[in-house]
Design a protein. Structure first.
Length: 116
């Protein structure tokens, strides 16, 4: 297949599946995929975006400033002590940090762009 999109999806109570679809198909179904589709080919695509990083101990949220092989630097960042419902439009308990935070890449379990 030529240039296409990789789509991850999960059927109720099933494992995560991945499919590749054409740009034409993506254009037809993108409204059904949610509010925003964030295309990430490598971590550098996250620079300038506000992202949430769930790590071994804490959840960090902030704007990605720089990325290198050891860490991701977040500005205007904080620790999320309670997210509330994951589909919520605001966070339940976010404590802003006084300066940028450096998240060690090997401590990251998952990351995503929340709706808040």
């Amino acid at each position: 297949m030529g240039k296409g999109r990789i789509i991850n999806y999960k059927l109720t109570n099933k494992n995560m599946k991945t499919i590749e679809i054409s740009e034409e198909t993506f254009e037809k179904i993108k409204d059904q995929l949610g509010d925003e589709v964030l295309e990430v080919e490598n971590l550098d695509d996250l620079i300038g975006k506000k992202m949430l990083f769930q790590c071994a101990r804490y959840i960090y949220y902030g704007k990605v400033k720089t990325i290198n092989s050891a860490y991701i630097e977040l500005e205007k960042a904080g620790i999320v002590y309670e997210t509330g419902e994951l589909k919520a439009t605001s966070v339940s308990d976010f404590q802003e940090l006084p300066s940028n935070v450096f998240v060690m890449r090997n401590a990251i379990e998952s990351f995503w762009k929340p709706k808040w």
